[in-house]
Ligand binder design. Structure first.
Ligand code: FES
Length: 86
């Protein structure tokens, strides 16, 4: 996983089994930094209260978080990763 800022956005990049996902990096529950979380097959686990977010949809799989993370389209060209942030 890699966390970085782009303008006012805090973004998380995650490589799960070779597929790259991009989501917001700040947990929708109480603003923990998800780049300090744990990446598993189920998604990213928040380091603070352990909600697990699906990387494809951003949806939390368990509480206490009940709002999805924003997800971003990712494109890879010639070993460069592009994220559509509008
Ligand atoms: S801050 Fe992430 S679940 Fe509470």
């Amino acid at each position: 996983m890699l966390g970085f800022d782009y303008n006012d956005k805090k973004i998380l990049l995650a490589n799960l089994n070779g597929k790259i996902y991009a989501t917001d990096r700040i947990c929708t529950h109480a603003e923990a930094d998800l780049s300090n979380g744990i990446l598993t097959e189920e998604g990213i686990t928040c380091p603070l209260h352990l909600s697990v977010f699906n990387l494809e949809t951003g949806m939390p799989q368990n509480g206490p978080a009940d709002m999805p993370l924003r997800t971003y389209n990712v494109k890879i060209e010639q070993n460069e990763i592009y994220i559509e942030v509008d």
